[in-house]
Design a protein around this ligand. Structure first.
Ligand SMILES: Nc1ncnc2c1ncn2[C@@H]1O[C@H](COP(=O)(O)OP(=O)(O)OP(=O)(O)O)[C@@H](O)[C@H]1O
Ligand SMILES: [Mg+2]
Length: 220
């Protein structure tokens, strides 16, 4: 049986798993950014999430605080376009779950929706501009659709990971309209966006870490 809530330990496990995924995919993210940007996305993200990982090794005491620490650490360690935007995701999510000791699917939707809206507000980009939003916006929409369809938390998280993956792949033919890649104009087409790729990894690791089967306590 899948669990119906996300716990503090799972949130910490998710962020640590994401840090590992970034480290493992650092070269790939660098390659993607070298094609249409300046080749620093892998290094930027890895630097930031290594610092986050160090801070979370001891675990956490509060879900909102863990997310806030993550956002603040990213802000101080990752520069460029993606640093403030990833920081925004975690700080918004932190704000949206303040005081909660566990998260339902509905909580998670509110958090991710707030995060996506804040990235739009901060980066002034829209869906189809070939940015991280092309993975983030469909992932949030998939969560909402899953809730309406009555899916379990685990299935909703898996649906959002799939939507983020599809969104990432759909950036391939797009012409970048925001960020460094937009300087290339039509030459930015034919490459997957690095930020959409790192955002897909965020939802992929969420599906793996936040939808663990619950160990049922024996009642006898
Ligand atoms: N305005 C924006 N809104 C949303 N995402 C953006 C925006 N600008 C860039 N991005 C995302 O950031 C990614 C690039 O991140 P990266 O870490 O390489 O920063 P950068 O653009 O190289 O910054 P800098 O060149 O200033 O160091 C892009 O692939 C894109 O997904
Ligand atoms: Mg770059």
């Amino acid at each position: 049986m899948s669990n119906t809530v996300i716990t503090l330990d799972e949130v910490v496990a998710w962020i640590l798993a994401y840090a590992r995924a970034i480290s493992e995919n650092r070269a790939m993210l660098t390659e993607l950014d070298a094609a249409i940007g300046d080749g620093d996305h892998g290094a930027n993200m890895d630097r930031g999430f290594k610092a986050v990982s160090a801070k979370l090794q001891a675990g956490g005491t509060d879900i909102s605080q863990v997310l806030k620490t993550t956002g603040m650490t990213l802000l101080s360690t990752v520069g460029g376009a993606s640093g403030p935007l990833y920081s925004t995701i975690f700080l918004q999510a932190a704000q949206a779950c303040a005081g909660k000791t566990q998260l339902t699917l509905q909580d998670w939707i509110v958090m991710m929706d707030a995060a996506a809206k804040a990235v739009v507000a901060r980066g002034k980009a829209a869906a189809g501009d070939k940015t991280m939003l092309d993975a983030l916006i469909p992932a949030v929409q998939a969560l909402k659709d899953a809730a309406v369809a009555g899916l379990s938390l685990a299935d909703a998280l898996r649906a959002s990971a799939k939507a983020a993956e599809d969104g990432m792949e759909a950036t391939l033919p797009l012409i970048a309209r925001k960020g460094r890649a937009s300087y290339l104009g039509e030459r930015s087409a034919g490459h997957i966006d690095p930020g959409a790729t790192s955002t897909y990894l965020l939802f992929k690791t969420a599906a793996a870490a936040l939808a663990q089967p619950q160990v049922q306590a024996r009642k006898w």
